[in-house]
Design a protein around this ligand. Structure first.
Ligand SMILES: *[C@@H]1O[C@H](CO)[C@@H](O)[C@H](O)[C@H]1NC(C)=O
Ligand SMILES: *[C@@H]1O[C@H](CO)[C@@H](O)[C@H](O)[C@H]1NC(C)=O
Ligand SMILES: *[C@@H]1O[C@H](CO)[C@@H](O)[C@H](O)[C@H]1NC(C)=O
Ligand SMILES: *[C@@H]1O[C@H](CO)[C@@H](O)[C@H](O)[C@H]1NC(C)=O
Ligand SMILES: *[C@@H]1O[C@H](CO)[C@@H](O)[C@H](O)[C@H]1NC(C)=O
Length: 433
């Protein structure tokens, strides 16, 4: 499936016969005999879509800017000198955001606290580099569950200042910071932690496909991960496949003027079982684009909350399809995945609550209510946070099925049809084949 042959390497090896002193990129380990005139990274990736990062190469170093976390990562080949023009932000710095982090690659011993990084690492065949995970990290991928089983679980250390910035989806740097926190990587000799947020520590790397500006930009985060492993050639091959399948599907999907309307909504339930109200969620730009590419029209308003069920029903009365984003709180804390019966009571889709007009809602009449949790793990992690962040071609395929179904699609990969009682596919390490 994945071509591991490095075509450039084949070409370079023949050139090597002519130039015996030449050093070529050493993908697997540290380089000896550093030569400042060598391009150590002949295979390069480039961000072509609105991924939120960009990368440039120079000799033995790669300079990555993550616009979403507001951080700069400078990667240099192990065994070569760290670039002289880079001053990493010192570990003791009190600076909030905009850190510059310097790491030696390739990754051989890393910690994981990012579901999208997990899937990219798996697709690139670099799973043996994962040596620890954050204490509360959970994945769905059965083989990654197996890989993580028994690995050390690391803690976070909290320091000062406890500056907090609001989490937002805007693309300005510094928008996704949490308070000063660092992963406990030193005792295990870990190189870095792949994580979600920009963090004020010298060895956490934020991976943010969920905030990319468009669908193919999400998938480009496999290129970002590949740079940490010198696996650019593999990433380019995998990405080219995703891009080509995506564009083929997009070209053949419905482009009629009579588009179905789709929106995201949830009921807001607290642990004691009380429903406090209902909300319509804002659709992120990448999702709006993916839905449009499938021939759907996404609700384009802001997040809106309702205290009255009839106001909520009025607001969604023009929708053909509803994607539910509710959580079902458990009495002793935590939350689980709602089933159809939870939605029936959460939204009041019954006559017993005096809201019998609910059945005239098109989303109910058409059995067109979905959740993105069809594949979930027993720790209630959903595969939506993993594979769908990278494999956007398959995500578009789901959108196309949802768009074309007349009475609720049941043959989707990741979207679960609730009125039709499509069961959750609970996966564990034992499903690793
Ligand atoms: C490549 O890495 C290996 C393992 O660290 C090392 O033994 C070898 O000398 C390196 N080769 C070059 C050309 O630097
Ligand atoms: C990152 O942000 C800078 C400044 O806003 C912008 O010039 C650049 O195009 C952005 N790059 C990406 C990959 O989003
Ligand atoms: C971030 O740091 C770079 C240098 O590392 C500096 O040029 C830039 O102005 C800083 N940006 C912000 C918003 O502080
Ligand atoms: C349940 O919790 C909510 C808010 O947390 C509170 O307003 C309400 O009174 C509680 N209801 C019961 C029955 O305890
Ligand atoms: C996960 O979901 C299942 C089924 O909905 C539930 O029984 C279980 O308690 C949840 N587990 C956790 C750890 O929340």
């Amino acid at each position: 499936m994945i071509f591991k042959t490095n075509i450039y390497l084949v070409a370079t090896l023949s050139a090597l016969a002519l130039l015996p002193t030449a050093i070529y990129a050493n993908e697997s380990g540290c380089v000896s005999n550093y030569d400042s005139s060598v391009d150590y990274f002949p295979d390069k990736v480039e961000s072509k879509y609105a991924s939120g990062f960009d990368i440039t190469y120079k000799g033995n170093a790669k300079y990555i800017r993550n616009n979403l976390s507001g951080e700069t990562y400078v990667l240099y080949q192990c065994g070569t000198p760290a670039p002289a023009d880079v001053t990493p932000t010192p570990a003791s710095s009190l600076q909030v955001g905009n850190w510059t982090k310097l790491v030696a690659i390739p990754g051989t011993k890393v910690a994981l606290d990012s579901a999208p990084a997990s899937v990219a690492i798996e697709l690139l065949g670099a799973q043996n580099s994962v040596a620890a995970t954050y204490k509360y990290f959970a994945v769905t991928s059965p083989c990654m569950q197996k890989q993580l089983d028994g690995l050390p679980r690391i803690q976070q250390n909290f320091g000062t200042p406890s500056n907090r910035r609001r989490r937002s989806n805007s693309n300005n740097g510094n928008s996704r910071l949490v308070r000063r926190v660092s992963y406990d990587t030193s005792s295990l000799g870990l190189q870095w932690t792949f994580t979600t947020y920009g963090m004020n520590d010298p060895s956490s790397i934020a991976v943010n496909p969920e905030d990319a500006g468009d669908m193919l930009g999400k998938a480009e985060w496999i290129k970002f991960i590949s740079a940490f492993y010198n696996k650019e050639a593999e990433a380019n091959t995998i990405f080219a496949g995703i891009e080509s399948r995506y564009n083929t599907l997009k070209a053949s999907s419905a482009s009629g003027t009579d588009k179905k309307t789709i929106g995201l909504a949830r009921y807001n339930k607290v642990a004691n079982g009380t429903i406090l109200g209902w909300s319509i969620d804002q659709v992120q730009p990448w999702l709006a684009q993916g839905l449009a590419d499938a021939g759907l029209s996404a609700y384009n308003g802001d997040t809106t909350s309702f205290r009255s069920a009839s106001d909520f029903y009025n607001a969604i009365s023009g929708w053909d399809i509803l994607v539910d984003t509710s959580g079902e709180p458990l009495p002793r804390g935590g939350a689980t995945i709602p089933m159809w019966s939870n939605l029936v009571s959460g939204y009041g889709f019954t006559s017993s609550g005096g809201r019998d007009f609910a059945n005239s809602l098109p989303v109910v009449a058409n059995s067109a209510i979905y959740r993105s949790d069809l594949i979930s793990s027993y720790q209630n992690a959903t595969d939506y946070n993993e594979h769908l962040q990278i494999q956007v071609d398959v995500l578009l395929e789901d959108f196309v099925k949802i768009a074309s179904a007349s009475s609720g699609a049941k043959d989707t990969t990741w979207y679960r049809n609730l009125p039709q009682h499509v069961p959750v596919d609970w996966v564990s390490a034992s499903n690793c084949k």
